[in-house]
Ligand binder design. Structure first.
Ligand SMILES: Nc1ncnc2c1ncn2[C@@H]1O[C@H](COP(=O)(O)OP(=O)(O)OP(=O)(O)O)[C@@H](O)[C@H]1O
Ligand SMILES: [Mg+2]
Length: 397
């Protein structure tokens, strides 16, 4: 049995369940301002809940066939109905009854006979609570959507930066290969054209052929060796944590950049302790190259001595690598900024990703850190000032 009193959308819809018509009448009278649908049995109440969206249910406990407790349990098991607030409205007045009712998931428990105003106030209160809860849930969902969207945006941006940084490193590498190849290629050209020239003048001896061939041979070997060095830097299979010796890693990094260093008259001073760490070799090489190239970009502005120092030493459970130059240092207020993505003072010559990526790699992939400070020092009785980049890495990751 059911009775639809009012179907207005903005009026709260309440289901009233009681097997006693007189009780129904009293309660409906009190709740006359709401859209109340009533039912005289538990089974019928469940059918009504299927067909309607109720904001609140007032439920009698003692009813034939299906008790209010059973109705409540069924509603709480159903995802669609579990959040509808239920108030028991019953003659069962003992402490254990009230406790059981609340344990079944009801938000409130009213004992019959009740004061009409108390019923009204409780109903109003729980409707308000339920609507606030709904609002909060919606806000939460909305917030989660915003957060998801932001995370997606950030991840996309990060991916773009990572890709750009790979291209930037690749561009640097191609520049380095070009530098490293200049010398052996010119040796090959000189040796082969020398042979041709001597043939033309009929002065070619067997010794000339042997010595030129040896020169060509060793230059070709050197060319193929440099290709191997660069290839291994890009080999994804090498991107695994493994035991590495830090002076090996530094030597490998230097090998990739040294051609440009000697061409620019940069004097490298190494003070390396050979320390074993567990780390990602290629990532560490990428960081070292970024910092070495930055130091190179600064020292080449100097008309005087161009110096870059690399030190490695153990400190507690960490390995420290320092890269120091003599280019005067970095303005204090820029110390934080230089690690921001796209911060560069090199205009179109720099992308400003080098240090950003280095910090990401150090902190997120290698569980270490990167810092910068200015320092003044003495070298061969001369005083210098420059930037000091300190890489800190755990010995075992
Ligand atoms: N050793 C240094 N001495 C002085 N300034 C430095 C030094 N290293 C970095 N910087 C400053 O930090 C800035 C950011 O360096 P970062 O490596 O992130 O970008 P970049 O070198 O400008 O460009 P790229 O992305 O091509 O490396 C540089 O533009 C430079 O101003
Ligand atoms: Mg750089």
């Amino acid at each position: 049995m059911e009775n639809i009193m009012d179907d207005e959308k903005d009026i709260n819809k309440i289901l009233l369940v009681d097997d006693n018509p007189k009780n129904l009448q009293i309660a409906m009278n009190i709740l006359k301002d709401f859209n109340v649908i009533y039912s005289t049995s538990g089974e019928n109440a469940l059918t009504l809940v299927e067909e309607n969206n109720f904001d609140l249910i007032l439920l009698d406990i003692v009813m034939p066939n299906m008790s209010g407790y059973e109705v409540c349990e069924k509603l709480k098991q159903n995802n669609r109905t579990k959040d509808i607030p239920i108030i028991f409205l019953t003659v069962k007045h003992e402490e254990k009854d009230i406790i059981e009712g609340l344990e079944k998931g009801a938000v409130d428990y009213l004992i019959k006979p009740f004061y009409p105003q108390v019923l009204l106030k409780r109903v109003q209160l729980h409707l308000k609570l339920a609507s606030s809860l709904k609002e909060l849930k919606q806000m939460n969902e909305h917030l989660n959507e915003i957060i998801d969207k932001k995370i997606k945006e950030i991840t996309k941006k990060e991916n773009i930066i990572v890709r750009q940084s790979k291209f930037a490193t690749m561009g640097e590498m191609i520049g380095n290969i070009a530098h490293q190849w200049r010398q052996p290629l010119s040796t090959i050209t000189t040796a082969s054209s020398g042979i041709l020239l001597k043939m033309d003048f009929d002065t070619l001896t067997n010794e000339d052929i042997v010595s030129s061939m040896n020169m060509i041979n060793s230059s070709a070997k050197y060319l193929s060796q440099t290709i191997d060095d660069f290839k291994s830097f890009y080999d994804p299979k090498r991107n695994k944590f493994k035991s590495i010796y830090i002076d090996d890693v530094i030597e490998k990094s230097l090998k990739l950049v040294k051609a440009q260093f000697s061409a620019k008259d940069i004097h490298l001073v190494k003070n390396l302790e050979n320390i074993k760490i567990t780390s990602l070799e290629n990532e560490l090489i990428q960081v070292l190259i970024n910092i070495l190239n930055n130091a190179r970009d600064e020292v080449i502005k100097l008309k005087t001595k161009r110096l870059i120092f690399i030190n490695s030493y153990k400190e507690n459970e960490f390995l420290n690598i320092e890269i120091i130059d003599n280019a005067g240092g970095i303005e204090e207020k820029l110390h934080k900024k230089i690690f921001d993505a796209y911060f560069t003072t090199k205009e179109e010559k720099g992308t400003g990703i080098g240090l950003y990526m280095s910090k990401e790699i150090m902190q997120k992939l290698l569980d270490g850190d990167i810092k910068v400070e200015n320092c003044s020092y003495e070298y061969e009785s001369e005083k210098f000032e420059g930037a000091k980049f300190i890489l800190k890495l755990p010995l075992i990751f």
